[in-house]
Design a protein around this ligand. Structure first.
Ligand SMILES: *Cc1c(COP(=O)(O)O)cnc(C)c1O
Length: 485
């Protein structure tokens, strides 16, 4: 089946329409004269079919999880079950107002309370807040809690440093800096934290160590107990970046590993939609030391009623309007209910199996740094391609022509020409094999073809320098200053 290919300069609905005289807008009885429209309103004069085709074509220019697999390591793009969408779009959920009196939203509060309780079990923490709107927001809020904790202990002037491994997600050092800390990088050894380097770096200046486990090389930090002892021994706190918890769900948790606070992304781990900077949910779990500092309000249960509690004197305060992103919380809650405890463990087993199966297959074509047994994602190095004048970027673009979204590339920085691949548990063995075959075609293609990719998409290879310097921020820009060929 072939479609008429949509292009970036697809005409707008207005331009498809013949010039029209316009028509008066709807007349509103009693509208004062000065508020009435002076010029007739111009409607595009197109048939329903023309409009439907126009928007359907535009939608085909998009890449989404409902069209093809999205092997984006560290960003866990999994299928969003339609049952969650159906529940979240019901009027009783979608039309709630965040300022409604609590007596009128008892059902919603109960869902939030139950979700917090379930996430407490999953993270191993006594208290959970659903407020942060994204992973990075959760990190920032948690670091404000760390600040407040040391202020209360009279140690804030001294504990100014946040330590991070060189595999840390970019948001970690950014959040630490935003919260007023200086950052210090701890090197890795064979893909995991170099314990000796960490021991040498901790001091009475250490406020916290931020760690992702399994880390961004897909490896479980096997010395996690020693890491926790080292940081706590120096009086610092341990922060767990649980954006992607899918490898350890129901198997272990940050509380058990000795962490003091964690964020987890409902929009990666629990199949709620994300991407394009859309709304997220970077919920926070905290152990006993930091729980009093969690943002307000907290959802509390009093007898059979639910309420919002603002009376938490040590709290860092409110960090978001309303309570959180309720629609995402609800989708995650449906995901948890539909899986159950055993189902969540199956999610972990399946995502780890997928990563190891695909890692084995792709490892025939490119080297895999570090040890081969991974958790939910794995790394490849495209360095050997350089001998043929090909880079990881070319390979990623070539995969687009095979109908797949590109994997994460050039992260983490400690692997030369890195590709970071994750096929979550929602992808079948057929999909994994299909991707492995496509990868083989791509990696063995000629340098000319690799450099020219993508050829089959509505937008070709973007000139990144010009894209940054010569911005076209609206369709009008594009019309008035068409990009030079
Ligand atoms: C995605 C991610 C984050 C940031 O989450 P956002 O919701 O994008 O702000 C932080 N850490 C890790 C490891 C991630 O994968």
């Amino acid at each position: 089946m072939t479609f008429r290919q949509a292009r970036y300069d697809e005409p707008l609905v207005w331009e498809l329409s013949p010039p029209s005289e316009g028509a008066p807008g709807p007349s509103v009885p009693g509208l004062p004269e000065k508020l009435r429209r002076k010029k007739a309103l111009r409607w595009p004069e197109l048939s329903e079919l023309e409009v439907v085709r126009h928007y359907t074509r535009l939608s085909q220019m998009n890449f989404g999880i409902d069209t093809s697999a999205y092997p984006l390591g560290s960003c866990t793009m999994k299928y969003n079950p339609k049952v969650s969408e159906a529940v979240a779009r019901r009027r009783t959920a979608a039309e709630l107002h965040p300022e409604q009196p609590v007596e009128t939203v008892q059902g919603a509060l109960e869902i939030l309370w139950r979700l917090e309780t379930a996430l407490g079990k999953i993270t191993g923490f006594p208290e959970v807040s659903l407020q942060p709107a994204a992973g990075a927001h959760g990190e920032f809020a948690a670091l404000l809690m760390v600040r407040a904790y040391f202020r209360d202990r009279g140690e804030l002037g001294r504990r100014t440093e946040v330590l991070l491994p060189d595999t840390a997600h970019g948001t970690n050092p950014a959040s630490a800096a935003m919260a007023g800390f200086t950052t210090r990088e701890i090197p890795s050894k064979d893909g995991c934290v170099d314990l000796e380097a960490l021991r040498a770096a901790v001091s009475d200046r250490t406020a916290a160590f931020m760690l992702t486990n399994p880390n961004t090389a897909g490896l479980f930090e096997s010395q996690i107990v020693e890491i926790a002892e080292t940081v706590h021994g120096a009086g610092g706190l341990l922060y767990y970046d649980g954006a992607n918890l899918n490898a350890i769900l129901g198997v272990t948790n940050p509380g058990r590993m000795g962490f003091d606070v964690a964020h987890l992304n409902l929009h990666k781990t629990f199949a709620t939609p994300h991407g394009g900077g859309g709304p997220g949910a970077g919920v926070l779990g905290a152990g006993e030391l930091l729980a009093p500092y969690l943002p307000v309000p907290r959802v509390v249960k009093k007898g059979r009623r639910f309420a919002l509690d603002y009376d938490r004197p040590k709290s860092i305060g409110k960090i978001k309007s309303g309570y959180g992103n309720f629609g995402l919380d609800l989708r995650a809650y449906v995901f948890l209910l539909s899986h159950g405890e055993e189902g969540l463990r199956a999610v972990s087993r399946r995502s780890v199996l997928n990563a190891n199966y695909l890692g084995q297959r792709l490892g025939r074509h490119l080297p895999r740094p570090f040890r081969p047994l991974v958790k939910h994602e794995f790394l490849l190095s495209g360095a050997p391609l350089k001998a043929r004048g090909v880079r990881t970027l070319d390979l990623a673009k070539r995969l687009l022509d095979e109908g797949y979204h590109a994997p994460t590339v050039y992260f983490p920085a400690l692997v030369e020409e890195a590709l970071m691949i994750e096929f979550p548990e929602t992808e079948s063995r057929r999909e994994l094999d299909g991707f492995a075959d496509a990868f083989e075609r791509a990696v063995t293609d000629t340098p000319e073809n690799l450099h020219a990719a993508p050829r089959n998409l509505s937008v070709g290879r973007v000139d990144e320098v010009r894209a940054a310097r010569d911005l076209h921020l609206s369709w009008k820009d594009l019309r008035e200053r068409p990009p030079k060929p």
